[in-house]
Design a protein around this ligand. Structure first.
Ligand code: NAD
Ligand code: GLY
Length: 375
């Protein structure tokens, strides 16, 4: 599958056991043949997939330079990026060399941002190893880090030159990381396509009754459908134009993220995995859509039931509503000081609603409903 971005097109290659193809993949996708390839990862991921990755790159005659960052959202900082850039500089990476991001969304966002800024931009490839990274973060070129004030407040659009998705890497993923990824798949279906939503829901039902069916051709097809959907949105609105409010704008991918980011920052990134927070965020946004009369009750129930199918979410019922509301106002997705809410007209079609149309009372009620223990 190809994604035609403004500066260059790139291939998204998906398969079971394709990681050993990385060396050849680099050769075919980069504009120059690199001498050095810097592999940015973390200890956990490198211990699982480092041997295969480095072997493939060395077999392709690259000088391979691995660098590890800390594991977890709290390392998605400017300090980590600075260390990566320092490493790239000390290693003598040139503009014709390349960076490989091997890991989940944190590694991808950090390594991508370092590649975007070092020497004013060098090529990079995404080798995503979590479900979130495989269906969302590795595609589309958003890179960046968090600030103490909120998530992803510093970053750059820097498209990779290639994305290599080995579905087999998901075998070692912890249950919560999968739940987190499933929530993001539900998000993509909910805003973009009833068919994608149904494909995701059917897959979730299948693996609930037969967990061994997880790594399968059906999973590969599902990831392919999600990447195709994401690529289509990105091609139409690569830099998320602030004035776009139509249902095909990139902004719709932020469904569930306004409340999700607020929950993450309020709990200092310790209680929720990213997708788990988005899971709650979708329930709140779904409730708001229903309370505004945009979304039928049956559609809201379908959304809730599908989030339930993704797996259990950490308890959020004891969080302070005022704190959540304050955190929402700090969200970077606000325009002219107002939040642009991504809501739903139906499953498969988003509607962007200006914050002035959402009363504090409606917001508070939706948070209360969305975060209650049993949803
Ligand atoms: P993550 O990168 O922290 O990975 C989750 C955990 O899984 C980590 O502990 C990691 O070490 C581990 N891990 C990775 N691969 C593994 C494997 N195959 N087996 C076992 N463990 C493995 O988090 P994530 O959920 O992948 O990504 C979340 C991040 O992605 C957030 O920072 C979010 O903001 C960002 N994100 C970015 C975009 C984008 O468009 N750039 C989109 C969605 C999310
Ligand atoms: N994950 C949101 C985006 O890529 O725009």
């Amino acid at each position: 599958m190809r994604l035609a971005a403004a500066k260059h097109q790139y291939e998204i290659k998906i398969g079971q056991g394709v990681l050993p193809d990385l060396g050849d993949e680099i050769r075919s996708c980069l504009p120059h043949t690199p001498r050095r390839v810097a592999v940015i990862s973390n200890q956990k991921v490198l211990s699982l997939f480092g041997a295969q990755t480095l072997k493939s790159l060395r077999a392709a005659q690259y000088s391979v330079c691995p660098w590890l960052i800390g594991d977890g959202e709290r390392y998605k900082t400017l300090g980590t990026v600075q260390k990566v850039i320092q490493f790239l500089s000390e290693t003598g990476l040139e503009r014709t060399d390349a960076v490989v991001a091997l890991g989940g969304g944190v590694v991808g966002d950090v390594a991508g941002f370092a590649a975007a800024t070092y020497l004013r931009g060098i090529p990079f490839l995404q080798v995503p190893t979590t479900l979130i990274a495989q269906i969302d973060s590795s595609v589309g070129g958003k890179t960046g880090v968090n600030l103490p004030h909120g998530k992803n407040l510093v970053g750059s659009f820097h498209q990779p030159y290639g994305v290599l998705i080995d579905t087999k890497t998901l075998t070692t993923l912890a249950r919560r990381e999968l739940v987190s990824g499933w929530c993001e798949t539900i998000k993509q279906g909910a805003v973009g396509s009833k068919t994608l939503f149904k494909q995701t829901r059917d897959f979730l039902k299948t693996i609930k009754s037969a967990p061994d069916a997880f790594i399968s051709p059906a999973l590969e097809r599902l990831i392919r459908s999600h990447c195709a959907f994401k690529a289509a949105i990105v091609i139409g609105d690569e830099r998320e134009a602030p004035d776009r409010t139509d249902h095909l704008s990139r902004r719709v991918l932020n469904f569930g993220h306004t409340v999700g980011h607020a929950l993450e920052s309020l709990t200092e990134y310790r209680r929720f995995r990213h997708g788990e927070a988005v899971g709650y965020g979708m329930l709140v946004a779904g409730q708001m859509s229903s309370d505004l009369g945009l979304l039928a009750t049956s559609e809201l129930e379908l959304l809730r039931d599908t989030v339930r199918l993704a797996g259990s979410l950490p308890d959020a019922s004891n969080l302070d509503e005022d704190g959540i509301m304050r955190a929402i106002l700090r969200d970077k997705k606000s325009v002219d000081g107002r939040v642009k809410w991504v809501l739903l007209e139906r499953i498969g079609r988003a509607r962007i609603v200006d914050g002035k149309d959402i009363t504090p009372r409606l917001l508070r009620e939706s948070i209360r409903h969305g975060l209650r223990k049993k949803f």
